[in-house]
Design a protein around this ligand. Structure first.
Ligand code: NCD
Length: 306
């Protein structure tokens, strides 16, 4: 049976612990893994723009001694001729050993996984899920805080369209004593299906509009960009795009060990002056993303077991 990663829930928390142990070992001893994927090929099929997600997967595979190929926009693939994701997934299975797919439609990765005979990694499906970003976020939190659980996390910005937020909440509800504070303008609140899920599980959350009102309570702050490409009209985007700007002044109210995460790319929501604050962890987070994807590739290719 092949294994895919479509949502963060595809791995149990015990498996994730072992995956993160493997990622930490790779980080400390990269040379021991540099031939692990020799002779294996990865196809990155990106129907939506990306810098980090595509290149971090490719960097991970190259770091394991494997090879990479792919396309970075739908217009340079047969999608522009009308080919379905299902057919493309079948074809990629003839050429590669593992496939990474990013697509603007929710559910596209599930379809690809169904038709592909090779492992499929969901690199973002519309506003739905982004599980490898979540693995990156969890590994980063585990390294910064020493453990997963027992913290208050503020998620701030576009909680409606941000798939990284949806994936991360899904993953964090499985850990003990995680308190959520959702900080967004009313128009960009977390979708109802998420608050319903939290209510069903009896997990407490708060919703607020002003970052300043909750800053001092947070152990982690997950900032996100307003997702321009998912807006239906330009006017709404323009009105909301600069709703939050985290600057040094606002950071004064934060705990001395309150780390700031951001999946990136950032637009204006974190002022560049914050980059020098030792609590700004977003560039370190991007580095963790390579190690966790290396671990994931090894596991999905069956070269390591959890
Ligand atoms: C995120 C995405 O594509 O969802 N970027 C990423 O993969 N690191 C976040 C975003 O685009 O805002």
């Amino acid at each position: 049976m092949k294994r895919d990663l479509i949502t963060p829930l595809d791995f149990s928390t015990e498996e994730l612990d072992k995956l993160f142990d493997l990622a930490d070992d790779i980080r400390l001893h990269p040379e021991q893994y540099s031939h692990a994927c020799e002779g294996r090929k990865m196809a990155t099929c990106f129907y939506e723009p990306s810098t980090r997600t595509r290149l971090s997967h490719e960097s991970a595979m190259l770091g394991l001694g494997g090879q990479v190929m792919g396309f970075s926009e739908a217009s340079s693939s047969s999608a522009s001729k009308g080919e379905s994701v299902a057919d493309t997934a079948r074809i990629i299975s003839c050429y590669a050993d593992i496939m990474v797919i990013r697509h603007p439609k929710e559910g596209a990765a599930t379809v690809a996984a169904h038709y592909a005979s090779i492992p499929v990694i969901n690199a973002g499906d519309g506003g739905h899920q982004h599980p490898t970003q979540t693995l990156t976020d969890l590994l980063t939190i585990r390294n910064l805080k020493g453990t997963l659980g027992g913290f208050t996390i503020g998620l701030c910005g576009d909680l409606k369209f941000g798939r990284t937020v949806h994936s991360l909440i899904n993953a964090l509800v499985r850990y003990e004593n995680v308190r959520f504070i959702f900080i967004s303008p009313p128009e960009l609140k977390v979708p109802d299906y998420i608050t319903e899920m939290l209510n069903e599980k009896g997990i407490a959350y708060e919703e607020c509009i002003r970052l300043e009102d909750v800053m001092s309570e947070l152990d982690l702050l997950y900032m996100t960009r307003v997702q321009k490409e998912r807006f239906f009209n330009e006017e709404d985007y323009v009105r909301l795009k600069n709703f939050y700007i985290l600057d040094s002044e606002k950071m004064k109210a934060a705990k001395p060990d309150m780390y700031i995460l951001h999946p990136l790319p950032r637009v204006n929501e974190i002022s560049v002056e914050v980059d020098d604050d030792p609590r700004a962890a977003y560039f370190r987070q991007a580095q963790f993303g390579v190690y966790v994807r290396m671990a994931l590739i090894l596991v999905l290719l069956g070269l390591r077991t959890l």
